[in-house]
Design a protein around this ligand. Structure first.
Ligand SMILES: *[C@@H]1O[C@H](CO)[C@@H](O)[C@H](O)[C@H]1NC(C)=O
Ligand SMILES: *[C@@H]1O[C@H](CO)[C@@H](O)[C@H](O)[C@H]1NC(C)=O
Ligand SMILES: *[C@@H]1O[C@H](CO)[C@@H](O)[C@H](O)[C@H]1NC(C)=O
Ligand SMILES: *[C@@H]1O[C@H](CO)[C@@H](O)[C@H](O)[C@H]1NC(C)=O
Ligand SMILES: *[C@@H]1O[C@H](CO)[C@@H](O)[C@H](O)[C@H]1NC(C)=O
Ligand SMILES: *[C@@H]1O[C@H](CO)[C@@H](O)[C@H](O)[C@H]1NC(C)=O
Ligand SMILES: *[C@@H]1O[C@H](CO)[C@@H](O)[C@H](O)[C@H]1NC(C)=O
Length: 345
């Protein structure tokens, strides 16, 4: 068993994932326990990285019988053993260079609470892909892939740029579907989330999808229900698969008719009409899974909720999100995107 642990591969069925160009083989070629790489206060990210590579090279020659099970990844602080103890579940996110720092902030929040889950990050541009795959090289929990469903710009895409903005979000359902079809439960998360506690206990029970619904009184579903796609759990049920396929088809059909709608609106429209099937949606409590403004409102009121995860939705734009995270001591990245990238080169 241990031998097959040494090299483990992300084998994506080519047929189901034809849209993903690159397949990353994560190979664990050394068994050395390595220190964590951390982004440091003064932005000496690369220096730390080098130092770490050096340590790796040295310890590689030492015959360590230490199990690969115990080697912890630099981005996740998780070992393969940790990842395997949550079988059949993947966390999925997608990002581009403009949100690289926000992505690292989320990963850091997850690492700090010690949550381990098999994570796939789909990078939407080359630079982002190169940076993240380098950082995730020796991380058994984090897999980075490059999209091939049309690489997007590295820059932040503003909400006002309707077409590319929606286009970016409307690609994600295909990533989700590919995992569902292979039988994985999928937690899709936007990168502008901050995790305080393990969310996975909230995804137990019988349901097809689980999300927050800011418009209905929790836990009831009403005709006003408008679920948020930014943090959504999918079980690989026939219903979920049918639904996600219809969701994708609906957006494609809209596009053919020259209509570009937000993925979230399309999803809610289908859910409300039970099209093509009735989906059993388990709502998440918005008090402990708040969206941006609600989180800061609760914070101001000193409300006593034990937040699980906040999603900086409705705080519009990269700069505003970062400023807001900073205002509440939730900004854990000490380098700008430019600094991160320049130190990699
Ligand atoms: C993690 O997910 C990938 C699919 O992305 C799968 O190939 C791999 O076996 C999973 N790893 C573990 C340890 O479950
Ligand atoms: C960033 O710097 C702060 C102190 O300024 C430190 O507490 C934090 O751990 C650093 N973040 C990372 C990811 O190293
Ligand atoms: C490492 O140690 C193991 C167990 O002691 C041994 O079987 C193996 O041959 C050693 N490998 C090297 C490269 O020395
Ligand atoms: C590694 O983890 C597996 C479970 O994934 C366990 O069966 C095995 O005993 C572990 N090996 C060592 C050397 O700890
Ligand atoms: C990494 O995980 C280990 C085991 O849970 C823990 O002892 C250690 O403090 C963690 N390190 C960081 C930087 O989170
Ligand atoms: C949810 O619906 C149930 C049954 O219709 C009702 O008794 C309950 O008061 C509702 N809860 C809220 C928070 O509106
Ligand atoms: C907040 O909640 C915790 C646990 O639910 C409780 O122990 C604590 O007394 C509460 N604090 C306030 C100020 O209400």
């Amino acid at each position: 068993m241990a031998a097959s642990d040494n090299v483990f591969k992300i084998l994506f069925g080519m047929q189901s994932l034809a849209f993903i160009a690159f397949i990353i083989y994560l190979s664990q070629d050394d068994h050395a326990v390595r220190p964590l790489s951390r982004l440091s206060n003064d932005c000496t990210c690369q220096d730390k990285h080098r130092q770490e590579l050096h340590i790796k090279a040295v310890s590689h020659s030492i015959n360590s019988t230490r199990s690969v099970n115990q080697t912890r990844g630099p981005l996740s602080n998780c070992s393969i053993y940790d990842v395997k103890s949550r079988p059949g579940v993947v966390m999925l996110t997608s990002t581009n260079l403009g949100f690289l720092d926000v992505t690292l902030n989320m990963l850091e929040s997850i690492k700090r609470i010690g949550v381990c889950v098999n994570t796939t990050i789909v990078a939407e541009d080359q630079k982002c892909y190169h940076y993240l795959s380098k950082r995730a090289e020796d991380d058994p929990a984090v897999h980075v892939m490059l999209t091939n469903s049309g690489g997007t710009t590295e820059k932040e895409i503003l909400r006002s740029q309707r077409r590319p903005y929606y286009a970016l979000f409307n690609k994600r359902q295909e990533y989700i579907l590919a995992f569902l079809e292979r039988g994985y439960e999928v937690l899709f998360t936007d990168v502008d989330t901050f995790w305080f506690r393990d969310p996975f206990p909230y995804f137990e029970g019988n349901f097809d999808m689980s999300m927050i619904d800011p418009r209905s009184p929790y836990p009831n579903r009403t005709e006003k229900s408008h679920y948020c796609t930014g943090f959504a759990y999918f079980k690989p049920t026939d219903v979920s698969i049918k639904f996600v396929k219809a969701w994708i088809k609906s957006m494609k059909d809209d596009l053919k008719r020259g209509r570009l709608l937000a993925d979230q609106d399309v999803m809610n429209h289908l859910l409300r009409q039970d099209k093509p099937v009735h989906v059993n949606v388990q709502p998440l409590d918005t008090n402990i899974f708040p969206w941006g403004p609600k989180f800061y409102d609760l914070l101001e009121k000193k409300a006593n909720y034990s937040t699980v995860m906040m999603h900086a939705a409705s705080i519009r734009g990269h700069a505003a999100k970062v400023a807001k995270f900073k205002s509440s001591n939730m900004w854990l990245v000490n380098c700008t995107v430019e600094e991160l990238i320049s130190r990699e080169n």
